[in-house]
Ligand binder design. Structure first.
Ligand code: DLL
Length: 441
């Protein structure tokens, strides 16, 4: 299989490894991880003992299905450092992720973990064709969030010129992008969209910039949103995935084929489970992604339930990487809205809206209980021409959106057209859902 988009690999011996050899490596690392978790982390010892797991009986990759899951709640119960497997003197970095409720999840890294992490990021950058020739603008928040620092050290590792601008300050982002000749932009897809819009209102055209590529992640986004970002910024955009509990960004990344994200399987062992029955599902089926770390010193994590809904594709990829690919997550199972009994992911609405020319890719979903019925209202920005246009055209657009939502998801929704730039914009992860049912009881 040949590809027009082949880029160099950062660690070709691992990234294009024969799958049988890879499984041997995974098995060896899994056994080490289980042993390390059991002996060094009291939480895992009691977690396994409670289920009468004899760790000597874990001998191959299939045995993993007998181990219990780790959940976010376990991190909270062991706040702050109870999940660490090494003494604090060996920890050189601490990050944390703030959930919406409860205590934050605290994660630690040894020196070797940081080295592993920057290699994962270096792989991700190379997979998108970014090299030492590039000037990378990192517009993820630097701080406790893993996005900024995580990507930073991998970018330095490949020898690129890194601009650690962090998130926010959109005017300055544009000035720097233009004056410092940025070639690669790293942020959330919603911030990329915001920057594209700000560029348009400042009268900056893609041709005025050197920007050629964007690496976006940290939240779900649709193929349609990618198309919009690519067109408006004049770039190629790739997706990358990760989560703090198992490391941060760098768990999986797209190559230039743009057909799913290669999971760094030498470092993370993926499974897909049915979130109801908790059974492991075969490749190709949609379900919840579960990850076991295979190479963490500070924080081994066994069968972490990510809540992200995706599926795995084991087909060989034209880029030559042998790691299997995960499809763009359609969303998190805990972000899924249940509206009148129908499961709705915000990304499904995004897909509908992005397909319609007069709609801008800025929307908000408001869910309410009216009487005993759930009601979904979709607020969507429309371009100025249409907003000030006659009622008839607006009504026609509303009917079209409603009918596409009905045919895609099977529910009826109220639709409200709003003027351009009236909905909130996001410098980090977007928050597009307001579920009033939870607050009103
Ligand atoms: O968002 C790590 C990260 C930073 C990844 C920068 C990529 C780029 P958390 O804050 O712990 O970590 O959030 C993790 O974000 O479980 C997914 O629900 C979601 N997520 C991350 N990347 C993607 C993606 C970082 N590419 C949670 N597509 C995960 C869809 C994503 N969802």
């Amino acid at each position: 299989m040949t590809s027009l988009h082949t880029t160099a690999m950062w660690e070709p011996a691992l990234e294009s490894m024969d799958r049988r050899k890879l499984q041997e490596l995974q098995t060896q690392r899994l056994l080490q991880t289980v042993e390390q978790a059991y002996t060094a982390v009291p939480f895992y010892r009691s977690h396994f003992d409670l289920q009468s797991i004899d760790i000597q009986s874990i001998r191959n990759l299939d045995d993993i299905a007998r181990l219990p899951f780790t959940e976010k709640e376990h991190f909270r119960q062991n706040y702050p450092y109870g999940m660490f497997a090494v003494p604090m003197r060996n920890i050189v970095r601490i990050h944390s992720s703030s959930g919406t409720t409860g205590k934050p999840t605290v994660v630690g890294y040894t020196r070797r973990d940081l080295d592993t992490w920057s290699n994962m990021i270096a792989r991700l950058l190379f997979a998108s064709g970014v090299t030492e020739e590039d000037v990378i603008q990192i517009a993820f928040g630097y701080g406790l969030f893993t996005g900024g620092f995580g990507l930073h050290y991998g970018a330095e590792k490949i020898g690129a010129s890194v601009i650690p601008i962090s998130s926010g300050n959109t005017q300055k982002q544009l000035m720097i992008m233009k004056d410092y000749l940025t070639t690669a932009l790293i942020c959330t897809p919603s911030y990329a969209m915001y920057l594209a819009e700000a560029m348009e209102s400042e009268g900056i055209a893609p041709a005025d910039l050197r920007l050629r590529t964007g690496l976006f992640g940290g939240e779900p986004w649709t193929a349609q949103m990618r198309q919009q970002i690519e067109n408006r910024l004049g770039i190629t955009a790739t997706d990358n995935y990760g989560l703090s509990e198992v490391m941060g960004p760098g768990v999986a990344c797209e190559c230039l084929e743009q057909k799913g994200m290669h999971i760094n399987e030498d470092t993370f062992y993926p499974e897909i489970i049915d979130p109801q029955t908790l059974e492991v599902l075969p490749h190709g089926q949609w379900g919840e992604l579960v990850i076991t770390t295979l190479h963490r010193e500070a924080l081994p994590v066994i069968r972490y339930r990510t809540r992200d809904i995706t599926r795995l594709n084991p087909e060989p990829c034209a880029c030559g990487r042998t790691f299997l690919r995960m499809e763009k997550p359609s969303g998190r199972s805990d972000d899924m809205l249940i509206i009148r009994g129908v499961n709705v992911f915000p990304t499904q609405i995004e897909e509908v809206l992005c397909r319609i020319d007069d709609c801008e890719p800025h929307y908000k979903l408001v869910v309410e209980r009216v009487g005993s019925l759930d009601e979904l209202e979709v607020l969507v920005e429309v371009n100025e021409r249409l907003f000030f246009d006659e009622m008839k055209k607006q009504n026609a657009l509303i009917r079209r959106i409603q009918s596409e939502i009905r045919s895609m998801i099977g529910i009826s929704a109220k639709v409200r057209l709003v003027e351009k730039r009236t909905l909130e914009r996001f410098e980090g992860k977007s928050k597009r859902v307001l579920d009033k049912r939870n607050t009103s009881g």
